[in-house]
Each structure stands twice: as structure tokens, then as C-alpha cells.
Design a protein around this ligand. Structure first.
Ligand SMILES: NC(=O)c1ccc[n+]([C@@H]2O[C@H](COP(=O)([O-])OP(=O)(O)OC[C@H]3O[C@@H](n4cnc5c(N)ncnc54)[C@H](OP(=O)(O)O)[C@@H]3O)[C@@H](O)[C@H]2O)c1
Length: 336
């Protein structure tokens, strides 16, 4: 079978190449083999390829890819009984590994069965990114004073994860204040959702604009950027508030004042969707999947504008995914 392989970390055009590798052996107990049709290109893929994430992420054979959508090809023992998944089921993969290959072996707990009316391209955008959005919103709801309709502050508001969060929040009547890095991009995003205010952080007064947009203190901010954004966001949340971090789009270290954290009783919390399947009971997983599918049916426009590249064009796909501003999801497709 074909796979994109990484020889070492570095610039994608220098280190990625197509390879022919053996098909996986029969799956072990609890595992399945999935023939992957589509996978989303994530910032974490490109960060790992460039070496910004630990190289061990891709060990031992250097195949990128953390999620995808495909067809179950073979089942290990005890899988059908446990999950309802059968040979031929269409599934999305959560926190899987090496999905930039035509087939992967993964645990059956890491599968999200996909209903017939949800297209592969939408399912790709709902898997890791949708589950991450639900986790982040759940964590935000646990912050004292942030439940109900209190405003939520989110950075990288045009990103895939943020768009899932905004769509879910908008349905729940929650006011979101979304930050993008250029104010010129704000109105296009703001026009797509109810209850959304978008502010560009290139405005010198963006922090004052956040305060003006919020009709009550901002108790929680959600950020995948890090770097210089983190200390600025901490200044934008109210005393006793929480900054939830879930990514490192800006790999520079953050300068945080422990004195400010202490005096203002602020909390910083990190969250990862890796391991979500293992720590979430099956009934909750099914309910979470259903809420994502319901959101996608109500807001199909949130998942349009994607562009699909063949697996062999992974380098071009990465260039598209890294272009700014973000125009839509980037998807890598296996040959039919
Ligand atoms: N913790 C988890 O489990 C988890 C799960 C999924 C994703 N993530 C992380 O979440 C982040 C977003 O992923 P995604 O798939 O949602 O992203 P995406 O759809 O690829 O979009 C990236 C967005 O981030 C913005 N951006 C990129 N670099 C930036 C910077 N230095 N400063 C400000 N904005 C920047 C881009 O803005 P422009 O439009 O202006 O270019 C773009 O809108 C990544 O760090 C990813 O690794 C974490």
C-alpha cells in the first residue's frame, strides 16, 4: 500500500516522500484495520513534520497523520460486540496514528461511526477538531462564573477547532468574542454566525474592544496560539478567571508573570484530545458524536470551502494548509 513517509524532521518538501509499504497484518483483539479515504491536514501534522513536536510522535516508521475517515476492512476479536462497528462501516478516526497511509490499524475505541448523510469531508472536520471543541467548551463551563450565556473569548477564531466551538456555542445562545490576527478578516467570519463578535489583534485597542464587546466579565479565554498571546489574554480575563490552552501555533515561549497569576488568582489549564476516547465512556462518546453531527446538519456552511489533494501531493497540501488567511480545511485523499 502507499504511504507518505518522513525521512527526518524538516521542511516538508525535503523530508516527505511516497513509499510502498506492506499492508497491515491481521488486527489484534480490540483493534480494527481501516482503509483511509480522507484525512485532515492539521497544524499538529505540520509541526511534527517540521520537528516542533517530539520526533517520537512519528516513530518508528515516520508516517504522519492523526485522524481520517475510511471504511473498516478487518476486525480483531471482540470489536463488533463492543462498538457496533462492522466490516464495511464508514468511520472517522480519533487520535489514531500514521493515517497518511492507505490503511491503518487502530483501537476500535478510537472510531466514530459516521452516518450516511455526513460526507467524508465534513466527518474529517468533526473528528479531532469537533471533539476538541466539545472538550474545550465543557472545560470552559467548569470555570466559576462562566456558565450560561457569559461571554467566551477565543483566539484563532477562523481555525477549524474554533469554528466548531463557535457553531456549538452559537446554537446554545452563547456570546463568543473571537480574535483573529487581522481586523480586515473579522467581518467575513462574524457574518457567518449568530452571537459572534470578531476583533482583529492588529488593532492597537483590541483589548479595550474585547472589554466593550463583553457585557459581563470574561471569566474564560481559550487559546491555541501561546507565545506572546498568552500573557495578553491573561490580562483580558477577569480576576479569578481561567485561560485554557490547547495548542502552540506560535512556538515561542510565553512570558508569564507569576506575580500577576498569584495576585489575580488566575488559572492556566492545558487540554488535549489525545486520549479522549480512552477516558470517555461509550455512551458519552456516542452522545458527543451525535451533537457534532446535529451541529453539522444545522450549519453545513461551516464545513465548506475545503480543498482536497491526492496523498501524493502532501507537500502541496501542507502549503495550502499553512496559507494565511485560512480559507477552509485541507484534505488529503487516497486514490479511489
Ligand atoms: N489540544 C488538542 O487536542 C488539539 C486538537 C486539535 C487542534 N489543536 C491545535 O489547535 C490549533 C488550531 O488547529 P486547527 O486545526 O483548528 O487550525 P486551522 O484550522 O489550521 O487554522 C489555523 C488558524 O490559526 C491561525 N494562526 C496560525 N498561526 C497563528 C499565529 N501565530 N497567531 C495567530 N493566529 C494564528 C490562522 O490564522 P489566519 O487565518 O490569519 O492565517 C488560522 O485561522 C493548532 O495548534 C492545533 O495543533 C489541538
Amino acid at each position: 500500500m502507499k504511504a507518505v513517509m518522513m525521512k527526518r524532521s524538516g521542511d516538508p518538501s525535503d523530508v516527505l516522500a511516497m513509499a510502498d509499504i506492506p499492508e497491515p497484518a491481521a488486527p489484534a483483539d480490540g483493534d480494527v484495520i481501516v482503509r483511509v479515504r480522507k484525512r485532515l491536514v492539521h497544524p499538529a501534522d505540520t509541526a511534527a513534520i517540521r520537528g516542533f513536536l517530539p520526533a517520537a510522535v512519528f516513530a518508528p516508521d515516520g508516517i504522519p497523520g492523526f485522524d481520517g475517515v475510511g471504511i473498516v476492512q478487518a476486525l480483531g476479536a471482540n470489536v463488533e460486540f463492543a462498538t457496533g462497528v462492522m466490516v464495511g462501516s464508514r468511520v472517522a478516526l480519533l487520535s489514531a496514528r500514521k493515517t497518511w497511509a492507505e490503511c491503518v490499524v487502530t483501537s476500535a475505541t478510537q472510531l466514530m461511526p459516521v452516518p450516511d448523510d455526513i460526507e467524508d469531508e465534513v466527518a474529517c472536520q468533526l473528528a479531532t477538531n469537533g471533539i476538541t471543541a466539545l472538550m474545550l467548551l465543557h472545560a470552559a463551563g467548569q470555570v466559576a462564573g462562566s456558565a450560561g450565556t457569559a461571554p467566551l473569548l477565543m483566539t484563532a477564531a477562523a481555525s477549524g477547532v474554533a469554528r466548531n466551538m463557535i457553531a456549538l456555542s452559537s446554537q446554545r445562545g452563547r456570546h463568543v468574542i473571537g480574535l483573529v490576527r487581522r481586523d480586515a478578516d473579522a467581518s467575513a467570519l462574524a457574518g457567518q454566525f449568530d452571537n459572534l463578535t470578531v476583533i482583529g489583534t492588529d488593532r492597537p485597542d483590541w483589548q479595550a474592544a474585547v472589554r466593550a464587546a463583553a457585557n459581563s466579565p470574561v471569566k474564560v479565554a481559550i487559546d491555541p496560539i501561546g507565545g506572546e498571546m498568552m500573557p495578553m489574554l491573561l490580562e483580558s480575563v477577569a480576576d479569578g478567571g481561567t485561560l485554557i490552552v490547547y495548542g502552540g501555533l506560535d512556538p515561542r515561549p510565553s512570558r508569564i508573570s507569576s506575580g500577576r497569576l498569584t495576585g489575580r488568582e488566575l488559572t492556566i489549564r492545558g487540554l488535549s484530545a489525545f486520549g479522549w476516547s480512552e477516558r470517555t465512556p461509550p455512551e458519552q462518546r456516542a452522545a458527543d458524536f451525535e451533537s457534532l453531527f446535529a451541529m453539522a446538519r444545522r450549519m453545513p456552511q461551516n464545513f465548506g470551502g475545503h480543498r482536497t489533494f491526492p496523498l501524493a501531493d502532501a507537500v502541496k497540501a501542507i502549503a495550502h494548509a499553512e496559507a494565511s488567511p485560512r480559507r477552509g480545511a485541507t484534505i488529503l485523499a487516497s486514490d479511489d
